[in-house]
Design a protein around this ligand. Structure first.
Ligand code: NAG
Ligand code: NAG
Ligand code: NAG
Ligand code: NAG
Ligand code: NAG
Ligand code: NAG
Ligand code: NAG
Ligand code: NAG
Ligand code: NAG
Ligand code: NAG
Ligand code: NAG
Ligand code: NAG
Length: 554
């Protein structure tokens, strides 16, 4: 099954190289050298999306394809060479599944469980020069609807930072925040000093209230870390980021694991806020055995009932390199003698230091997916640490804070998009449905100008890649309008598109073109009324409720 899809992917890859839609490159030195441009991207007829095109630096082959973990890849490319920065989901062949760039540049973008349902967690907001963020954390359901929008609480206006969102089993979110505050920096000859404090918070997304708040400067002396103020610390707009929080977890005992990049340390924090132990940095209270020292790290996570910990060991930052390569790290944590030892490390294909960002994803199969952060690569390794494949998704300044791998099924609350192209006597219908994971077949119908909503079936075409091109032949080319219906693998219709003409004009689906929501991965699809109408009526309800609240208050 996997081998089959692997082979068909190779064929598709070769066939599609001449067109830009669903284009993937294989060991392309033109790609790596920048000869194809600094951020090669895909384009489509039915969509304005321009996702990064991948270059398989190490492709799958017959012997490795069967070991690849199934699922989808989540990255969020950004940087000066990215055409449209933001959240993207791809299949394992480099075909786009979801373009979430309408939310803008993002960093944390992952799948979690919230109230028993799989959801997407996505940070939105402003990235400040210091490498921190101020914004809002969104929870999207499997129709890509926003079901929660929350931020940090009670921090005198400081909003949620982009470095982490982690859901707990209690449906609370662990998030990070940064807060500028005045601080005595006279020891550094700075008068009227400013510190950029780091904060870990546990927030209830449904109420926006904070359940736990940990302020770094209450517990860790700013003098005990590795990033000196340099030219910072002089004003509220230029505060000294001494700690740089970038990951928060909570363990079974209710303690918080907090990562500080600038202190090269990981703190185990009790619910009282007290530090139970410190791993790494100048003042490690945990014994660190050979090969376990890390620097400027990211993405610290517990595994296996707190007996193991994974992290991305950057080994460098913009102003300092501590070794020749970043690495993924898996440490064994021995609570009985308070020590860590090296279990595994993962070295990148192109041995180099990624000066920021990066993550380590330990997968169920024992494989590992590593996102190399500031450098535009991710790689999957088998359980023995051998490369299964390595993907490059840009050249030069193209970064993705993390790269993840998830099983994700979604049926968007929108209609598929259709573009009809006529070229002489030939007609081609292009269709895509942003975010849909359950489409197996596109059923094409046509209708005339006289009876625009009377659909006459024309053909069935297997979905291929993000955008499927359907050739219309013979008498069918005479239809004015074309419509697609998406069929799932049980051949049940899950959605109808609008009727679309080659001049772009559209008609809504027919009144009787409704779908049974049980056909689509447990979620509703738009029924005959358009999605716009649903949103409209919600807007009206919202306005009415707001007015009522206002009048009640007055
Ligand atoms: C398949 O790919 C793996 C990983 O790149 C490599 O080690 C192996 O030699 C390749 N096998 C064949 C038959 O090409
Ligand atoms: C989230 O909430 C904030 C504050 O109300 C708002 O400014 C922002 O637009 C919301 N985000 C989205 C994507 O709706
Ligand atoms: C809260 O923020 C305001 C405006 O940024 C600032 O003037 C004030 O000093 C802050 N208060 C505290 C307690 O930090
Ligand atoms: C502060 O200034 C004094 C006097 O110029 C100098 O001796 C000292 O090294 C400076 N300290 C720092 C941390 O720069
Ligand atoms: C969930 O809430 C319970 C009760 O407050 C608490 O004992 C437990 O530690 C919490 N678990 C997590 C992961 O937050
Ligand atoms: C860490 O150790 C250094 C010296 O090794 C000491 O000066 C500093 O105060 C210690 N910091 C903390 C937070 O214990
Ligand atoms: C690996 O690094 C070398 C030297 O830095 C560079 O020339 C080459 O293009 C890189 N390979 C890829 C696939 O990025
Ligand atoms: C996806 O689900 C399959 C089947 O349950 C499982 O083998 C695989 O590990 C999952 N992939 C991920 C990335 O979780
Ligand atoms: C469907 O047509 C309506 C107008 O009839 C339009 O507002 C909507 O954007 C169209 N939907 C798509 C997916 O093109
Ligand atoms: C129409 O399609 C046929 C068959 O694919 C092709 O040979 C012909 O060149 C096309 N005509 C035009 C005008 O593109
Ligand atoms: C398409 O319509 C034109 C004019 O209505 C007609 O002359 C032609 O025969 C039709 N073509 C086919 C293939 O039915
Ligand atoms: C909708 O109604 C038309 C006209 O009565 C009919 O031809 C068509 O089969 C119906 N479609 C569905 C999906 O029931």
């Amino acid at each position: 099954m996997l081998l089959q899809s692997f082979l068909s992917f190779i064929c598709l890859g070769i066939l599609s190289r001449r067109v830009l839609a669903d284009t993937t490159y294989f060991q392309s030195s033109d790609y790596s050298s920048g000869a194809l441009g600094s951020g090669p991207y895909q384009t489509f007829k039915s969509s304005s999306s321009t996702p990064s095109a991948w270059n398989f630096v190490v492709p799958y082959n017959d012997s490795t394809a069967g070991q690849i973990e199934s699922g989808l890849v989540f990255i969020a490319p950004r940087g000066t060479n990215v055409n449209s920065p933001g959240a993207l989901i791809y299949d394992k062949s480099g075909n786009l599944i979801w373009d979430g760039t309408h939310f803008g540049q993002t960093l944390t973008f992952k799948v979690a469980t919230y109230k028993g349902e799989p959801v997407i967690l996505l940070w939105t907001g402003t990235v400040a020069g210091a490498g921190v963020g101020f914004g809002y954390d969104l929870i999207l359901n499997n129709k890509y609807e926003i079901i929660a929008n929350f931020t940090a609480a009670n921090l005198n206006g400081s909003l949620a930072d982009f470095h982490d969102i982690e859901m707990t089993s209690n449906d609370t979110a662990l998030i990070t925040a940064y807060q500028p505050k005045t601080w005595d920096l006279s020891a550094f000859n700075i008068t009227d000093g400013w510190l950029l404090d780091s904060i870990a918070q546990e927030v209830d997304p449904s109420t926006g209230e904070a359940i736990f708040t940990w302020v770094a400067s209450d517990h860790v002396d700013p003098d005990s870390c590795y990033a000196s103020p340099g030219t910072t610390g002089t004003s509220a707009d230029n505060p000294w980021d001494y700690f740089h929080i970038n990951a928060v977890n909570k363990d079974g005992a209710g303690n918080y694991l907090i990562s500080s990049r600038h202190c090269h340390a990981i703190y185990n924090v009790a619910s009282s806020g007290d530090i139970i132990w410190t791993l790494g940095g100048h003042n490690s209270t945990v014994t660190m055995n050979d090969g376990t020292t890390f620097a400027w790290q990211h993405d610290v996570r517990w595994h296996n009932q707190e007996t193991q910990m994974s992290l991305f060991d950057n080994e460098g930052t913009a102003w300092e390199l501590d070794s020749s390569s970043s690495r993924g790290l898996l440490l064994d944590f021995d609570a009985s003698n308070n020590s860590v030892s090296l279990n595994k490390q993962w070295i990148p294909y192109n041995v180099t230091v990624s000066e920021s960002q990066g993550n380590v994803g330990i997968l169920d199969s024992g494989n590992t997916l590593i996102g190399w952060g500031q450098i535009p690569y991710f790689s999957e390794y088998d359980a023995d640490g051998q490369f299964l494949y390595v993907v490059q998704f840009g050249v030069g300044d193209v970064q993705s804070y993390r790269a993840y791998h998830y099983n994700w099924t979604a049926t968007p609350n929108t209609r598929p998009s259709v573009f009809v192209e006529t070229d002489g006597s030939n007609t081609t219908v292009y269709t895509s449905w942003n975010g849909a994971t359950e489409v197996d077949t596109w059923q094409l119908s046509g209708s005339t100008a006289d009876s625009p909503q009377l659909a006459v079936p024309i053909s069935n075409t297997s979905r291929s890649g993000f955008e499927t091109a359907i050739s219309v032949t013979g008498t069918s080319t005479n239809f004015t309008y074309f419509q697609v219906a998406a069929l799932n693998s049980n051949k049940k219709i899950i959605v109808y598109s609008n009727f679309t003409a080659s001049d772009g004009s559209q008609q809504n689906p027919a009144a009787n073109q409704t779908v049974d929501s049980s056909n689509s991965s447990g979620s509703d699809s738009p029924s005959s009324g358009s999605a716009q109408v649903t949103v409209g009526s919600r807007m009206i309800t919202f306005v009415l409720v707001t007015l009522r609240i206002l009048f009640t208050l007055v």
